[in-house]
Design a protein around this ligand. Structure first.
Ligand code: 13P
Length: 338
């Protein structure tokens, strides 16, 4: 294991004032988002969309790395440069989503398991050769009446730990992402308990599978009320409870924690991260790794039309700046409209 390389990559991913751009939507997810914005879907449209994001000027100062889809890692900037080389040239680390998506976990109604371990060792070698220096694996934990079960949490944690060990052998920093879904009417307390159980099991599995924590990044969901909850916790409470939960479960050896936005609004995603970073004494850098909360607004501005390209880049640049401020605890609601 090349610990020097892993530690160097992991530290750079959570460099002060920067976060990750999640642009690893599958062709299927892109098709849905494009349809919502009336954009015709094709491989070239997806390439053009990603080029629009990657060539936005604020990338250099606010984005440490980009999570790419397999298709994008093999695509090129319109000037002929492979995207991975282009990103490296502006000081942004290329990363790759390697899981194969979720399916129903057998004999566990309503619960999901993530596929993708088969052949992963071979794929990792290729991804390293293509320039990827970190990877992502997303597991999904659903809150419902009698779920998640301990079996679902364990099965997902075990798969993530096996993936993480494979990444590190290949010189690639694993992002482990156990997403506790926002869907449901549950309270913030219920989300806290489920997130705590999930993270406890995950870190036990990482230990059992010899994953080197100093070369690992956690991508967490926030501790937050369910989307349809009657009484929603305040932004300050989401920040405080999320940090409380992480402090209980995440070893200080970890170089950093990044967050997904999970369907929260642009403003909530920035405000919640900001609340966490206003607290003093956090053991790790806490930053963003958003997809929707960084660039869904830009997609809707772009609409697939050349005449909207600059305006869409401006919308994306704004979200980059807002979340960069939030990663330092310096975001304000006033900054959104300034
Ligand atoms: P969202 O920020 O849209 O939740 O996406 C982040 C991500 O990478 C999910 O795996």
């Amino acid at each position: 294991m090349n610990k020097t390389l892993l530690a160097q990559t992991a530290r750079a991913m959570v460099a002060p004032g920067k976060g990750l751009l999640a642009a690893d939507e599958s062709a299927g997810t892109c098709a849905k988002r494009f349809a919502a914005a009336n954009i015709p879907d094709s491989e070239e449209m997806r390439r053009t969309y990603r080029e629009m994001l990657f060539t936005t000027s604020t990338m250099k100062s606010t984005i440490s790395g980009v999570i790419l889809h397999d298709e994008t890692l093999r695509q090129k900037h319109s000037n002929g440069t492979p995207f991975a080389d282009y990103l490296n040239s502006i000081g942004v680390i290329p990363g790759i989503k390697v899981d194969a998506g979720t399916r129903e976990l057998a004999a566990a109604p309503g619960e999901l398991i993530t596929d993708g371990l088969d052949g992963l060792q071979k794929r990792m070698k290729e991804y390293f050769a293509l320039g990827a220096r970190f990877a992502k694996w997303r597991s999904v934990i659903t809150i419902g009446e009698s779920i998640p079960t301990a079996r679902c949490i364990w099965a997902n944690a075990h798969a993530m730990a096996r993936y993480a060990a494979i990444c590190q052998e290949a010189g690639i920093v694993p992002i482990v992402e156990p997403e506790v879904l926002l869907d449901g009417e549950h309270s913030i307390d219920r989300c806290f308990d489920v997130t705590e159980a999930t993270l406890r099991t995950l870190f036990a599995q990482l230990g059992d599978n010899h994953v080197w924590l100093e070369g690992t990044i956690l991508k967490a969901s926030m501790v937050i009320s369910g989307k349809d909850a009657k009484n929603r916790a305040s932004q300050a409470e989401v920040g405080a409870r999320t940090v409380e939960c992480l402090k209980r479960t995440v070893p200080a050896a970890l170089p950093g924690v990044v967050f997904l936005s999970g369907g929260q609004s642009d403003i909530d995603s920035a405000a919640h991260l900001n609340e966490m970073n206003k607290l003093s004494g956090n053991p790790w850098p806490l930053t963003f790794s958003y997809s929707r909360a960084l660039h869904f607004t830009a997609l809707k501005v772009w609409k697939g039309k050349a005449e909207n390209y600059k305006a869409a880049q401006a919308a994306f640049a704004h979200r980059c700046k807002m979340n960069s401020l939030a990663s330092k605890g310096k975001w304000t609601a006033a900054a959104e409209t300034a």
